[in-house]
Write a protein that binds this ligand. Structure first.
Ligand SMILES: [Zn+2]
Length: 445
């Protein structure tokens, strides 16, 4: 008999910080040795850096281990053992799962997993859903088809693992999904912020269904985009759905390494399964103090087919100043989720610019629709930044006031001036899973 309470794990979730360090050292030694001994790629990488398993004696020694970047993975893949290449740490016969990254930042990376890895992934997701308050009385609707991308596969199995009833809403279209949720009185949902807003729009405009009033959803697990941690977007989704929105983040090659608990005060690193380091973007120095942004380096302790050892995620995060969460977990909290990607943080007119800061402003203005598009282009010698937004039809006469307020907030929050372009409601692109709202036309030219 399965015990759902095991995902509130007093051994792994309430250790004092020094015990976490001991645990991390031991677990790191084990996965480092595994990678060193079983993959030619890792063996070469570490040998060239002059480091071998016996050299990792203290927690600080972990910092000497070279990082792995996505580009390095691409360069070994597509070769024997096909298609995973030299990173593979198990015989091909032991691989039971194939997935790949979405390729939004270039050529997709292949992700092989063994059955043990697959169970580990579901396990890591079980911690996420349990922390979100998912329980065995929930009926969980998953409005996505499962395919070569890893998203939602693990969510499905994890929900089953903690005893929920799972409704796979894959092949249905958006309207049919909403009607099915209503018919079955689904109480929980998993979706990206983009799709949650999209579904709500379709429910209201096409079906006359108000998700907060006419559906039964009380909790939503989200991820894959920054939206779940952007306060204005979170508020908009929670109000629209009449439900609590909980975030987590992760990626195909890392696993899902953090989660929000019901106290909603940041994202807990799942320190039982992962090591998360934050490094200064320019100097690479380790950041331990709160509120300073840096690049995340992650290690998954228990994934064996294609291990994730000091993976340079390029995700931008910061530690939270909260030392003790009221939920009782002692694992470290990050503040505001993944703020952006190092690749997306760019300089515009000499100012450091993160596209997510614009989302916070747009979604905080009630007269504006959910969609927006940011286009950075070079006009002569200067950068030009255009923001395209949609005014809700019922607020048409307020366009001047909205424009003024938008320009003011953007100036305050991002230190930049924008060309504001109001588009007819419904004309900006709608996205089903992940959005592409930031376009930098300066690149490559
Ligand atoms: Zn908590």
């Amino acid at each position: 008999m399965m015990n759902a309470e095991m995902y509130w794990n007093p051994v792994l979730e309430t250790l004092p910080p020094e015990r976490f360090q001991q645990l991390h050292l031991k677990k790191f030694q084990r996965i480092f040795q595994w990678a060193y001994e079983h993959s030619k790629f890792h063996h070469k990488l570490y040998s060239e850096a002059g480091i071998e398993p016996g050299d990792i004696k203290t927690f600080d020694d972990i910092r000497r281990v070279p990082k792995v970047e996505k580009a390095m993975m691409r360069s070994v893949q597509g070769k024997e053992p096909y298609p995973y290449g030299d990173m593979l740490c198990v015989p091909l016969e032991q691989v039971t799962e194939y997935h790949q990254t979405s390729g939004s930042t270039g050529q997709p990376v292949y992700q092989p997993d063994t059955w043990q890895d697959w169970e580990w992934l579901a396990e890591s997701w079980a911690y996420i859903l349990y922390a979100h308050g998912f329980r065995n009385y929930d009926r969980v609707f998953i409005p996505f088809g499962y395919n070569i991308f890893i998203a939602f596969w693990a969510g499905h199995y994890a929900a089953e693992k903690i005893g929920c009833e799972v409704v796979p809403g894959g092949v249905l279209d958006t309207e049919a999904r909403i009607l099915k949720m209503q018919e079955l009185r689904a109480t929980a949902l998993m979706a990206t912020p983009t799709y949650l807003l999209r579904m709500a729009e379709v429910a209201k405009t096409k079906l006359g269904i108000d998700p907060a009033r006419d559906l039964y959803i009380t909790k939503i697990a989200t991820g894959a985009e920054p939206g779940g941690s952007i306060p204005a977007t979170k508020k908009r989704i929670e109000e629209t759905w009449g439900a609590k929105l909980y975030e987590h983040s992760g990626a195909t090659e890392m696993g899902a390494w953090n989660y929000e608990c019901v106290a909603q005060c940041g994202l807990h690193v799942n320190e039982g399964l992962f090591l998360t380091e934050i490094e200064d973007i320019d100097t690479g120095e380790l950041i331990t103090e709160p509120n300073r942004i840096g690049k995340m380096v992650v290690t998954a302790f228990d994934r064996i087919a294609q291990p994730c050892v000091r993976f340079d995620s390029k995700d931008i995060i910061q530690w939270s100043p909260i030392e003790r969460c009221e939920c009782g977990r002692t694992s470290r909290l990050i503040k505001g989720g993944v703020i952006g990607r190092a690749d997306d943080i760019t300089k515009v007119k000499g100012v450091l610019f993160a596209p997510s800061s614009v989302e916070e402003v747009v979604r905080g203005i009630p007269e504006l629709g959910n969609e927006y598009e940011i286009i950075v282009a070079r006009k002569g010698e200067v950068d030009d930044i255009t923001l395209r937004i949609e005014l809700l039809p019922e607020h048409k006469e307020r366009i001047n006031a909205v424009q003024e307020e938008l320009a003011r907030q953007l100036r305050v929050k991002t230190n930049l001036r924008y060309d504001l372009e109001f588009c007819e409601y419904g004309t900006l692109p709608r996205y089903e899973v992940k959005s592409k709202r930031f376009k930098d036309l300066r690149k490559g030219g």
